[in-house]
Ligand binder design. Structure first.
Ligand code: TMP
Ligand code: ZN
Length: 405
């Protein structure tokens, strides 16, 4: 088949999630133009074992001025990024006049902490409206795609960066050759590139197949990121597992030979080898589990509806497009999805066309059951919605398994 985006090796598809709509394109109910679709197939490279999408959606279709997602819709993520910024300030940004760049800064949730501390910084994000939100809070940000050419412009204008950071962004970018060339231009000789994204190991463990959608082009692991780094003169010098977004890994890359490597890197690579994480059989078992999950979820929702329960989706997450469209769940099973994001409210969810609305002001208007589409924020949501359960409300989940409780 050919075509690995990293090494050109042969790709083999192990999971087909069918025809899908773009996960962050919410639709005006009055719009009856045909919806763009693409084929969501997940493949592994025979040579470097990188897990990636077979088809690439043009970036301008996904990341544009109206990109609706905002980091600051989750208090737990705000806390996570405040801690991250504080740690960077204390550990990486200690020289005179340090400079930090964030790729995919969104509304500036992470950089706001560093801006308030007077650290020289720049956010880069193609989502113009998110960049405007970042600027309103005093964060320096430009609406642009990060790649080799923009990295060169930043270097010319601001000088070298001590740290480049990206959260939930690098896995969105197929052209990592240009990203790493850009880092080579932009980073100081002993600077670091730190990024965090959903971890293949957690996706396989949890069966969280909805981590796969148009924007999530890669599912990284320590093994494949170490290989990627080495191809471009960098080394993977640290890894840290993060308990956010259903399980992520934070990777630290430095130019080869400039930093000692943490023992955590060899430990995670050894664990991935021990469990055969990238083996065809492991990935085939995962795909079988995904098909089982679909059958169980549809049967569970159908039974709940037949018993006369009202059901609503909780959180119009990007990942919910995958689960709703792959399972064929539409308004007949889930008539509404509630979400706190203003830019999603009043619109229809991609593909499923389930209306997205603000949460009812009166808890008496809550449904009998919530389908927990924002399962990656479960802890925060459960803490917030104790009254729902106390009043007899039930949660329908599909990660880590289908359950009603
Ligand atoms: P994410 O999984 O990409 O972070 O998206 C989470 C979505 O869920 C986002 O649209 C905001 C929404 N959300 C709520 O509506 N209520 C909540 O309590 C949380 C945490 C998220
Ligand atoms: Zn490859």
């Amino acid at each position: 088949m050919g075509g690995c985006r990293i090494c050109g090796g042969d790709l083999s598809v192990f999971l087909d999630l069918g025809r899908q709509r773009l996960s962050d394109v919410f639709r005006d109910p009055a719009d009856d133009s045909p919806e763009f679709w693409y084929h969501l197939q997940v493949a592994v490279c025979a040579a470097c074992r990188m897990v990636q999408l077979r088809d690439e959606v043009p970036r301008e279709r996904m990341f544009h001025g109206d990109y609706p997602f905002r980091t600051s819709t989750s208090q737990r993520m705000i806390d996570h990024f405040t801690r991250t910024a504080t740690r960077f300030h204390e550990q990486e940004l200690t020289g005179t006049d340090p400079f930090v760049v964030e790729i995919g800064c969104n509304d500036g949730t992470m950089l706001a902490t560093l801006a308030a501390r007077g650290v020289r910084h720049l956010g880069v994000d193609p989502a113009t409206s998110a960049v405007a939100d970042a600027r309103r809070r005093g964060v320096n940000a430009v609406a642009d795609y990060f790649e080799q050419a923009s990295a060169e412009r930043i270097r010319k204008q601001h000088g070298a960066a001590d740290l480049v950071y990206a959260a939930n962004t690098i896995c969105h970018i197929p052209y990592l050759d240009s990203i790493l060339a850009g880092l080579d231009v932009l980073l100081r000789e002993d600077g670091v590139f730190v990024f965090e994204d959903p971890y293949l190991g957690d996706v396989v463990d949890l069966g969280s197949f909805d981590q796969i959608y148009d924007e999530h082009f890669y599912l990284f692991s320590a093994t494949t990121v170490a290989d990627l780094a080495a191809r471009f003169g960098f080394a993977l010098v640290d890894v840290e597992r993060l308990p956010v977004h259903g399980g992520e890994v934070r990777y630290t890359l430095a130019r080869r030979g400039t930093r000692p490597t943490s023992p955590a890197v060899a430990a995670l690579i050894a664990e991935e080898a021990r469990r055969d994480l990238h083996a065809d059989q492991t990935l085939a078992n995962f795909a079988e589990e995904v098909a089982r999950r679909r059958t169980q979820l549809v049967a569970t929702l159908t039974a709940l509806r037949a018993e006369g329960n009202t059901i609503a989706g909780y959180g119009a997450t990007a990942k919910s497009a995958t689960v709703l469209n792959y399972c064929g769940i539409g308004p007949e099973l889930v008539p509404v999805i509630y979400d706190t994001t203003p830019g999603k409210q009043g619109l229809l969810a991609p593909g499923s066309h389930i209306p997205v609305r603000a949460f009812p002001a009166d808890p008496a208007d809550y449904p009998d059951c919530f389908l927990l589409l924002a399962w990656n924020h479960a802890e925060e949501i459960m803490a917030k919605e104790t009254a729902f359960r106390a009043a007899g409300g039930r949660w329908v989940r599909y990660v880590p398994e289908v359950s009603v409780s």
